[in-house]
Structure formats: structure tokens, C-alpha cells
Design a protein. Sequence first.
Length: 342
Amino acid sequence: MLLHDGISVRKLLKGSVGFICLVLAWIFLVQVVDELTPIDLISNPSPPVAMLGLAVAFFLGFKNTSTYGRWTEARRVWGDIANTSRDWANTVSTLVQPNGSRIDDDLRSELIERHIAWLNMLAYQLRQPSSTGRKRMPWLFGHKSISKGTDQHQLPESWQNHQLKSDLPHMEGKTNRAAYLLNLQARRLSDMAQKGQIDSFWHVALMDRLARLTAAQGQCERIKNTPFPRQVAEVGRLFSWIFIFMLPLAFNDERSIMAGTDAALMKTVLTDWLTFAPVGALVCWIFFVTERVSASMEDPFEGDVTDVPISAMCRTIEIDIRQMTGCGQAPRPVQPVEKALL
């Protein structure tokens, strides 16, 4: 997630230099061809190009709204996970036996540690590259992809270091290890209820919290495993490039500011190009960036700088839980990297 000062005009331009140069070259080529040849490929193209630009703007607005809704849903789900995790820690830290005494500290620590292990396992599973998701963007809004030296829950060590040693043998061969950890929690609660370590009220209350965590994991997996409709994404990109291709024709339809003079051909072309090319490039760049904004929110768990910062949220939840319960030492918060929180 890019922070408030993570995007600047300089970074936007830095990430779009190649595109801007391409548009300027295309505008120059259109003007040269128009001056050197008497053939008009499109007569008076301004009205159709204006109508096309309006249609593309409406479609990109719909696409941006859809992808932003997908991003905010992912962030909302992780907000629910954070709230339910704190609720779990509050309940476990105050859990008492039927005789009114506190449960064993080792048992309390086990429930807390397994929950932290589940958080990191879920983040790891969501960070894995999806065959149905978008391709990783090498340069987005002036930011390079951050992968080296930063824990983004993309390596097995990110979850292995948080697992209970007693749980590791049982997780071999499991396809969905995060769901299995929730099942281990449920089994442990059932075992505690059978042994009389907690009464039926506490058992039902804790199982209700596990149900909320299970639902939150299912929502994350739905977003992860359901790609953004490609017909919307690809058509929006195609329409944008068609408009970018057509726009120089509309500017070329304008009257030359050197008309009526006996200026040299190249002087006329360069003067008109310096007059209309900056405006044309600016309009094309705005459509280009608008399309990239929507593309950056299609898959909010892939680990790019624009995605939901689930690694930082995992660390924040762990800090809160450890400080609330006194189980283990709270780690340091995740620090932004290149003005992006991952």
C-alpha cells in the first residue's frame, strides 16, 4: 500500500517516460505523413475521436469503481480478521475453568501461538502467485517491485518460524494448511471441553470466534482465487490504446498555426508539433494512468506496492495479541520500504 507521500508527479512521470516518448513520436509521425502526402486517411476525425474518448472515460470509470470495490473488500476482510483476533486474545487471556481458576498458562500460550501461526500461514497462502491473476508489474507509479530483503510472506520461512513444533508433523501433505490450523484449534477446544477444563459456554463462545475466522479466510480465498473479469480488464485496456492511437489524428485535424506562411516544411511540422504534441501527450497520459490505476487494484493480495499490506497487518495483530496476553515478546512493527507498506 502506497503511503500518502508515496506518489508524486516526478514518480508518475518517471514510470511513464517510455509511454510519453512513444506518444510524442506517434504525433510527430502523423503530422509528417499529413504534410508529405495529399491523402486524408480520415476526414475531419475530431467528432468521432471525441465520442470515443467519452465512451472510454465512462468504461474506465466503471472499471476503476469495480477494482476499487475489490480492493476495499479485501481490506475490510483483514480489518475483520484484526478485530476477531483481538477478541480471541481477550477471551483466551481471561478464560477460566469451571471452578473459577484460570486455565493453565501453557494451554493459554498454545492457543495464542497457534492463532499467530494461522495468521502468518494465511498471509503466506494469499501471497503465492496466482495462475489466474495479473502479471507482476515491474514499474508501477514510480516504484519498482520490492522483493529482496523484505519479508512479504512469499517464502516458507515466513510461516515456518511461527508454527508450534507439535503441529508441524500434522501439516505435511495438507493442501490448505491455514484451514487445518483452525481445525487443530477446534480439536483442542473440544479436548479441553471433554476434560472439563472449560465449560460448555466458553466452548461455544470460542467456537463462534473460530467460525468468524473461518468465514474471513473463505472471503480472502474467494478474492484470491476469482480473477477480475478479463473481459472487463482487457476491453478497457484495448479501448484505451485505440483512443491513444486515434487522438493524434484529431489534433492533426486542427488548423496549422503556420498556415498561410511560406515557412519551410520541417519548420511547419516542428512548430505544429511543439504546439499540439504536449496537449495530446497529456491527454493520452491521463487515460494511460487511469487504466493502470484500475489494473493495480485487480488482485489485492499479490504483494505489489499497491496491494493490501497484509504482511504489515499480520505484524500489527501479533504485536497487539502478545502485548494483551503477555505471551512471548512482541516484535517490532513493519517499516515502510520506499514509502510503501507491504
